[in-house]
Ligand binder design. Sequence first.
Ligand code: FES
Ligand code: FES
Length: 166
Amino acid sequence: MATKTVTCTVNGKERSYEIDVRSSLSDMLRGNAGLQSIKHGCDVGECGACTVLINGQPFNSCIYLAVWAQGKEILTLEGLSDPKGAISDIQQAFIDEGAVQCGFCTPGFIMSSIPIIESETPMDRSEIKRQISGNLCRCTGYEKIVDAIEKTQKKRIEERKQHTAN
Ligand code: FES
Ligand code: FES
């Protein structure tokens, strides 16, 4: 087995992992880094359960080779909590809106929603649906997921306006 050391930033901290060169990023993050939010759903890039942000963009980590992560910034669901462990607004919105049932898809949906809620450009529901179209859920019927993202998007826009006004 050929191995390689991959050094990258994971949830704000530089880390190095010794990996099999054939490993996927999802294998490295779950197996080497112990980040259990990354789910193995289909493992072929179809369901989005393994979505993480790489340099700010959502990717299916099951079809992204771990060696490609060298020097990159990776953000997973675990990285959304504040230093005291309090969950983020988008996570709370998923709870409040009832957007979680079995929860298997939830980390992936939340990671795909980060560029939406951080965008300066407001997105309507159809655009939100388009942005999360790579994520599949077998339980919720999607509407509550879109509600949670839309609600958090509006909250963030309001916060940015207030920040600019102050
Ligand atoms: S597990 Fe990666 S897309 Fe399904
Ligand atoms: S909540 Fe069960 S798959 Fe989405």
